[in-house]
Design a protein around this ligand. Structure first.
Ligand SMILES: CC(C)(COP(=O)(O)OP(=O)(O)OC[C@H]1O[C@@H](n2cnc3c(N)ncnc32)[C@H](O)[C@@H]1OP(=O)(O)O)[C@@H](O)C(=O)NCCC(=O)NCCS
Length: 147
């Protein structure tokens, strides 16, 4: 498997990105045409994006919101199920951490995936994470439904 990583491109192809979201169960495919047209807006507006490619095929991605010094937050780490367990997810996260090496890192995740991040050096804490949900996108979290 010859995976190429790109850490300069943020405008990931809409349809390929949406396909990835569907493959991991984060989209049920019911987006409106307007949502489909802006599928990559969160990536474009992020501070840092890393994507993984098999030839021209997008197989993984992650995005980071960061002040570049103190605090960085990881969002939307995902790898095509057919390519999982080949180190792609770890490589994506490690490239983010190396890019802002002094920063504190945060990620909001499910209990199921927490152990994955612990292997990458994250520590679970019990700080409350308060939210107001996004009004534009409802992300289907299959994994959360399973908890
Ligand atoms: C989580 C995810 C990104 C991992 O990507 P990946 O490329 O398969 O991960 P890697 O190959 O780097 O790591 C594989 C290791 O992580 C473990 N792992 C994979 N998914 C895991 C999960 N959900 N929970 C805990 N451990 C997990 C594997 O068992 C394997 O362990 P090993 O190294 O001891 O054999 C991928 O499973 C995915 O896209 N999941 C759906 C989306 C998701 O939940 N993203 C995280 C959002 S916060």
């Amino acid at each position: 498997m010859n995976i190429r990583y790109n850490d300069t491109r943020k405008d990931l192809p809409q349809e390929q990105l949406r396909r990835l979201f569907m493959l991991v169960g984060w989209s049920d495919g019911s987006e409106t045409p307007e949502q489909k047209e802006h599928y990559n807006i969160g990536f474009i507006n992020s501070t840092f994006v890393v994507s993984a490619w098999d030839d021209e095929h997008l197989v993984g991605a992650v995005r980071v919101l960061s002040d570049k010094v103190f605090r960085s937050v990881i969002y939307d780490l995902l790898v095509d199920p057919e390519y999982q367990n080949n180190g792609i997810g770890s490589e994506l996260v490690e490239r983010c951490i190396k890019h802002f090496p002094k920063s504190e890192w945060l990620v909001q995740t499910t209990e199921q995936v927490a152990s994955y991040y612990e292997k990458l050096g994250f520590k679970v804490n019990n700080d409350a994470f308060l939210t107001i949900p996004c009004a534009l996108f409802t992300v289907v979290h299959k994994q959360q439904e399973l908890l």
